[in-house]
Design a protein around this ligand. Sequence first.
Ligand code: NAP
Length: 217
Amino acid sequence: MRPKVVMHTQISLDGCVRGFLETGVYYAVANRFNADMVLFGSETVYTAAEHYPPETEKAFTKPVNRPDDKRLMCIVPDSRGRLRNLHVFRDSEYCKDFIVLVSASTPKSYMEYLNERNYDFIVAGDDHVDYVKAFEVLYSKYNCRIIRTDSGGVLTNVLIERGLVDEISLVVSPCLVGTGEAHLFRSLFLLKRMPLELISCETVDKNYLFLIYKVLR
Ligand SMILES: NC(=O)c1ccc[n+]([C@@H]2O[C@H](COP(=O)([O-])OP(=O)(O)OC[C@H]3O[C@@H](n4cnc5c(N)ncnc54)[C@H](OP(=O)(O)O)[C@@H]3O)[C@@H](O)[C@H]2O)c1
């Protein structure tokens, strides 16, 4: 068994994942999915802050788990062991803690980094993370039933290709961005057409479209 996965992405009308002025609508509607966890791509976390403060003692302490805590558990795959900035987001306004997804190819020094700071991690896959296995662990060990993504496209395209996305939610922003920014489906490789069913279409904040498609299998 695995959690339901909702891919949630903001795009410009011409399909870019960056270059908007405003991301408020994207985060406002994200709450509607009642997700237990949010899945970031490592590039998204890596580029989230240009500068970040050095670690303090708090970075080595696991946040206390309180049943009434409404903040989401954050998941991030990092098979290359690049992320050293997790302390910036851990135990913050929107993030309770991180579970890091790694693979057999992840440098041992990175596992030590995670262990020293008391991060939970799941080892799945040989090279990149095997998301089928990792999601099974999130379901059975962490009781996760709904995952929402927060990624620029590379990760969600991998998830679509593996048949792991159940709903595609798009916030279409009222702007054209042009060729300077990455497109959402730039790396999607499909052997055959994937049919979708529109399950919701709403205008938000006058100018934005909030679309939810169900992936038909
Ligand atoms: N518009 C939006 O809604 C939105 C939301 C979030 C972020 N963003 C923007 O999007 C940008 C980053 O997005 P991105 O698309 O470049 O990267 P990303 O999706 O954040 O990260 C790439 C992820 O894909 C994984 N991956 C790559 N190849 C894989 C493979 N073959 N098999 C399994 N996993 C694989 C990587 O795993 P490893 O780390 O294990 O290699 C990594 O975690 C940022 O600029 C951010 O600002 C936009």
